[in-house]
Design a protein around this ligand. Structure first.
Ligand SMILES: CC(C)(COP(=O)(O)OP(=O)(O)OC[C@H]1O[C@@H](n2cnc3c(N)ncnc32)[C@H](O)[C@@H]1OP(=O)(O)O)[C@@H](O)C(=O)NCCC(=O)NCCS
Length: 230
């Protein structure tokens, strides 16, 4: 689930090109240092070093960075999104790799848990979660009646980092945080059926394909990852 409002059709290429309109002149095409510093105030963290096999537990080890990969053992952190982050997320949303699959702007919304993800203190993406039954009023997830079902959406900021396992790490870490709440029974995702990269990323993070559904945003592939154990 993203947002009910229409997807922006006009997007501006960002990386390697002049900054989008509205940004201060001379702004470099990199994330602002103050935002990166702010990420250091992370309120939660999840170390991505995979546990030894005997302690894999419910995660089963799937989706953890492989030994030798660029991000093996690096610390993934999340902190709540603030209004100060909105200019940064606007620049991310304008990047074509995000705009292709993400509807609408990002604003602070009371019904969403919204976080910035950081790897070793560097802001690398955005993630949000929602309680499915709380979305009924907007016409979403009407067939879900379990209050323990939460959904997620996310993206990585840097197109140069796609397809290297970072997204699966972020999803796995975010899901682990959600399951830390014992009331969460299931985490769902709803990528576009055409978004093969996101679907594969969710599978690597332990999600299974359930069925294609029609959401207020259009067709989606419903994917589940259920809580295993207490
Ligand atoms: C979705 C997203 C977070 C995934 O992060 P990522 O770092 O690219 O994902 P990963 O590298 O962990 O996994 C991607 C997998 O898809 C594969 N893949 C890439 N393009 C693919 C395609 N067109 N079809 C199928 N698989 C594809 C990759 O090879 C990789 O699988 P592998 O590790 O088995 O080789 C990131 O790509 C992103 O931000 N995309 C733009 C926004 C978006 O789509 N958000 C999701 C909305 S639901």
């Amino acid at each position: 689930m993203k947002f009910a409002w229409p997807k922006p059709r006009s997007v501006t290429a960002y990386v390697g090109e002049p900054p989008p309109a509205g940004l201060p002149p001379g702004r470099p095409p990199v994330d602002p240092p103050q935002a990166t510093k702010a990420v250091n105030r992370a309120v939660s963290s999840f170390r991505m070093t995979p546990p030894p096999p005997a302690k894999l537990g419910m995660d089963g080890g799937r989706g953890f960075p492989r030994r030798g990969s660029a991000t093996y053992g690096l610390r993934m952190e999340f902190r709540p999104l603030t209004t100060a982050d909105l200019p940064l997320t606007r620049t991310w949303l304008a990047r074509p790799h995000v705009a292709e699959w993400w509807d609408g702007p990002i604003a602070l919304e009371p019904g969403l848990r919204q976080v910035l993800a950081a790897l070793e203190g560097e802001a690398i993406g955005y993630a949000q979660s929602y309680q499915a039954v709380a979305c009924h009023g907007d016409g979403w997830w009407l067939d879900v009646d379990d209050p323990g079902v939460h959904g997620i959406d996310q993206f990585l900021a840097d197109p140069a980092k796609l397809g290297q396992g970072l997204g699966a790490q972020m999803v796995r870490a975010f899901v682990a945080e959600l399951f830390a709440d014992p009331r969460v029974t299931r985490v769902q995702a709803d990528p576009s059926p055409a978004n093969g990269r996101a679907i594969r990323c969710y599978e690597k993070a332990g999600f299974r394909r359930v069925r294609e559904v029609v959401t207020p945003d259009g067709p989606a592939l419903l994917m589940h990852r259920d809580r295993v154990g207490p």
